[in-house]
Write a protein that binds this ligand. Sequence first.
Ligand code: ATP
Ligand code: MG
Length: 365
Amino acid sequence: MASIKRVFSGIQPTGVPQLGNYLGSIKNWVDLQKDQSAGGDNPHELFYSVVDLHALTIPRDPKQLQKETFEMAAALIACGIDPNKSVLFRQSAVAAHSQLYWALGCITPVGWLNRMTQWKSKLQQQQQQQVESAESMVTESNFSRLNVHSNAAQGLLTGLFTYPVLMAADVLLYKATHVPVGEDQVQHLEFARDLVAHFNKQYKKKHFVLPTVMLTPSKRIMSLKDPLRKMSKSDPNEQARITLNDTDDQIARKIKKAPTDSISGITFDPGARPGVSNLLSIYAALRDTDPESAALAMQSLSNAQLKEAVAEAVISSLSPIREELRRLLGDQEHIERILGENEAKAQQVASANWKEIAKCIGISA
Ligand code: ATP
Ligand code: MG
């Protein structure tokens, strides 16, 4: 990791962070700070953002959005983001995100966006919540054929469709070399890389560098209700996820109810045993081992015993974060001050880069 220079990543204020966010993304962000404090001559520059503009892609109550944005910043600090080592900021506080989004959108072919699976899943999720008519329902079988011309997409909000352009703008605005995200964001990062090549070719400049994705071993933690879907903080079923503010009892209960299978003994086989394998992945990530070794060590346990071990691991990792989050939320001025200071730093870097980009494309900055 010694050569890493600049890191950018973001999280949407769409609820309390869930275990997948923590293991797939935030833990990586915190670990990068450790490399930084190891005393290298080339400290990483770390930019972590609460991406409230992205959260607007699903209609939100303004007060609630503001509150959740603030609480997300507090949650990141509770997880170990140190505002003296990382620049922690609200995306909307830096106007250049929206400016670059527009500039990049103007060179993005619609066909590239049409291939993205995230908007299709979000659209499917929305349809399932809202639609009574079977005709416009998006089923598993027509999911892959879903595109911007489909009936279901006609009421689709443009922002949800162009989300990857804003994400590319986020990353490129800081000339990030590394982007620690979960597996669900890999396709968006590939899109950003394609845009870099496209921009550089179009403007005959090597302005942007290619950002590289950084994944953790637990890059895709699955839902506790359906181990074939990823765990998400905006999943309407709260039982499907463990959040950073769940009580110990809630954590134990959710894990106890997670689906497994009737095969005896514990083995790691995500294809054949998705429920058990998901629990093993969670356990392994928290106990700093790998799921195969964890399965071997617990091979003779029952599913119920495995669940107890997983609950213990989750509770011991999350309860200190929950307590710290509660403490931080009691001192809102402190969080506001941190954000204000960090936003000034983010703005400085972003506006210097935006000036260069604006010059490159022939508009005023
Ligand atoms: P939403 O349902 O609102 O999209 P989310 O849980 O998917 O919320 P995001 O804010 O979209 O969270 O993503 C924040 C980070 O967490 C991203 O880097 C994303 O890749 C990562 N992430 C999200 N879900 C998981 C998961 N289940 N496993 C691993 N990483 C995840
Ligand atoms: Mg998401």
